[in-house]
Write a protein that binds this ligand. Structure first.
Ligand code: GLP
Length: 261
């Protein structure tokens, strides 16, 4: 389809002289078309000259908008053949009410999982790990850090800390931490999860194959055994462009009539 205007690119963008810098307006117009699915990954962007005519702006303005979109990973440039809508990863919908593992979440969607091990070993715990995991003086902590992929798409970086008493040999984990813990009767049954928005720094962005500064969801999970003991303290960084966290909300109990707070 290269060279043809498809979908939203077939209509002309309307830029307003009072709507801020023209290159930003044009950038937003293209971005909106991509995110709304009006143009598909692999669709060719009209040529710089055609876009300049369509939007009634200079080619310099078009070039600037395109440069920013390439930097943000929305468009890709292929030498000699033009500029295209970049592949958009499929979004993953994740329930917030089930205590599941990454492997189970992906299996339910029929996706194969893969991990690139970034670290695994026994360490002297940090003060935060000591407090969170309830360790005693002289105890060690098992740390495992993985880049987690579904198919070839990197989705998350997960850094978990567990007491060395429950995970004495981190090398023994095959692919799923929870499957490993389950085999030893240590699968968590409850967890508290805290989710925070963040922008990706250089190292994490490179691992997740997205531009520096892209949005991420930082998730901290502290999970517990049935006995109430903390078993896992994990910090995960999920790509913001791939995850929708979904929670079911129910109407809470209404205060009784006349009850005081
Ligand atoms: C999720 C959680 C992590 C947990 C992991 C276990 O991704 N955010 O806290 O450690 O699942 O996944 P797996 O059993 O696939 O290693």
């Amino acid at each position: 389809m290269a060279g043809h205007s498809t979908g939203a690119f077939a209509v002309d963008p309307v830029l307003s002289p009072r709507g801020g810098p023209l290159y930003l307006q044009l950038k937003r117009w293209i971005e909106d078309a991509v995110h709304a699915g009006a143009v598909r990954p692999g669709d060719a962007l009209p040529s710089e000259r055609d876009l300049a005519v369509k939007a009634d702006v200079s080619r310099v303005t078009v070039r600037k908008a395109v440069q920013h979109l390439v930097r943000d990973g929305v468009l890709v440039q292929r030498h000699g053949s033009g500029t295209f809508v970049a592949p958009q990863p499929a979004r993953v919908e994740q329930s917030l009410s089930q205590l599941t593992s990454f492997t189970e979440d992906m299996a339910r969607r029929g996706m194969s999982v893969r991990a690139v091990w970034l670290d695994r070993g026994l360490y002297a715990p940090s003060p935060e790990e000591t407090v969170t995991l309830g360790l005693s003086a002289g105890d060690h902590v098992a740390r495992i850090a993985r880049l987690r992929l579904a198919g070839d798409t990197p989705l998350a970086i997960e850094r978990a800390a567990l007491s060395a008493a429950v995970l004495p040999d981190p090398q023994a984990i095959e692919s799923s931490l929870y499957a490993h813990l389950e085999r030893r009767g240590n699968r968590p049954v409850r967890a508290i999860q805290r989710i925070r928005a963040a922008a990706l720094g250089e190292g994490d962005a490179r691992l997740l194959d997205v531009p520096v500064g892209a949005a991420s969801l930082n998730i901290e999970r502290i999970s517990y055994l049935a006995s109430g003991r903390v078993i896992e303290f994990t910090r995960s960084i999920y790509r913001g462009d791939t995850y929708d966290f979904v929670a079911e909300l129910r109407l809470g109990e209404q205060p009784q009539n006349g009850s005081r707070r």
